[in-house]
Design a protein around this ligand. Structure first.
Ligand SMILES: Nc1ncnc2c1ncn2[C@@H]1O[C@H](COP(=O)(O)OP(=O)(O)OP(=O)(O)O)[C@@H](O)[C@H]1O
Ligand SMILES: [Mg+2]
Length: 356
């Protein structure tokens, strides 16, 4: 910004200088010519009409010249902008649709990860041979330490990146073989960090499904337990949320994201720490709502708080990019390993909590 500011000031200064020098030259020129012409009139060599003629000629000639500096600057500006635009147009998309990509047929939305290995950068592998399946209509939960690669699973399913080994399929179709538009249309996600647009709350919820009716948007806001909050704002649904949603609290942003996902009404749902920023009471209320929404939908839940995933059909415990354990809550407790340790730890914390 500092650099830009300096350049802008220099630009304006040079333009002002150019304009004033131009004006001075023109003024001197006109004055000199008028003096000459006047002299000729006095000597009787020119008529008064000739003097007027000279004056008009001068003005006609100089006015366009005067604009030249301005036009020059505008042209330079436009050329620089054009250059930028063309370099943007030449930017390759990281993930492109296959030339023969088909539309995803999502009859029963079963999701399958088969021996998936993945790295963001070649020198650091994040996922190692991850395999699991979410049968249509079932819920699979992923838990594990921070940085284990949980959110990466959701990014891969959304195809923000392509896997390096193995394959991910929905209803038997490899997601690399279908169009991204059709893939993303069937997946609703409540991401770990919600990004909102600098627009109204209404717009941000409606973004889940462009073209939704106002009643549907309000119903979604009700389900996400954010309607009352929105109504309490002076501008209600027309309140602006600020750049990236900075005028909302973390929990409010999360609830907008939940409303978005509810509105989208997708076949596959991903909740990535969807309620992590909420207080226990709101979390309980929304969890019940989310459970109702997830009913009969293929759902991937990522959570830190284990109490929110106890009733998942299967729980995957991730550790450093691998699935360390899998099973239902009861089975995992019975194994008495990683999951059981995490569970005990969180139970202890809950007991400590009333102290403060
Ligand atoms: N865009 C990226 N480029 C390079 N490395 C990344 C990128 N995104 C994530 N990582 C790395 O991948 C690893 C897994 O990240 P991921 O977001 O999947 O973790 P997570 O299990 O969701 O953790 P958390 O519970 O903290 O959300 C992390 O070590 C992280 O540093
Ligand atoms: Mg994460």
């Amino acid at each position: 910004m500092e650099h830009w500011e300096k350049a802008a000031v220099r630009n304006q200064t040079s333009l002002a200088l150019l304009n004033s020098v131009q004006s001075v030259i023109i003024a001197i020129g006109i004055t000199a010519l008028m003096l000459l012409a006047a002299d000729q009139v006095v000597k009787g060599k020119m008529t008064v009409g000739d003097l007027v003629l000279v004056n008009v000629f001068m003005i006609q000639l100089y006015m366009p010249l005067h604009f030249l500096g301005f036009v020059y600057r505008e042209i330079r500006h436009a050329l620089a902008d054009m250059e930028k635009m063309f370099s943007l147009l030449h930017e390759d998309r990281e993930i492109a649709d296959a030339p023969n990509a088909t539309t995803l047929q999502v009859g029963n939305a079963a999701v399958q990860f088969e021996h998936v290995s993945f790295a963001y950068a070649p020198d650091r592998k994040i996922l190692f041979d991850v395999s699991f399946a979410i049968p249509a209509g079932h819920t699979v939960a992923v838990v594990g330490a921070s940085g284990a690669g949980k959110s990466t699973l959701s990014r891969l399913l959304f195809r923000f990146y392509d896997v390096q080994q193995g394959r991910i399929s929905i209803n038997g179709q490899d997601i690399r073989g279908v169009t991204q538009t059709s893939l993303r249309a069937v997946i609703g996600i409540v991401p770990q960090d919600t990004v909102l647009f600098n627009d109204t709350i209404y717009y941000n919820i409606a973004y889940g499904r462009p073209g939704a009716a106002r009643e549907e948007i309000i119903a979604a806001a009700h389900s996400a337990h954010i309607h009352d909050f929105i109504e309490s704002l002076p501008q209600g649904y027309d309140s602006m949320v600020g750049e990236r949603g900075l005028k909302l609290s973390g929990g409010e942003k999360q609830r907008v994201a939940i409303a978005r996902a509810i509105l989208k009404n997708p076949a596959i749902l991903i909740f990535d720490e969807a309620t992590s920023a909420l207080d226990s009471k709101s979390e309980k209320a929304i969890q019940a709502e989310l459970r109702a929404i997830a009913q009969n939908r293929t759902t991937l839940v990522i959570a830190h708080r284990l109490s929110t995933v106890v009733d998942a059909d299967q729980i995957l415990v991730m550790d450093q990019g691998k699935i360390a354990e899998r099973g239902t809550h009861r089975e995992l407790l019975a194994r008495n390993q990683l999951y059981a340790q995490m569970w005990d730890l969180q139970k202890q914390e809950e007991h400590v909590q009333p102290a403060y």
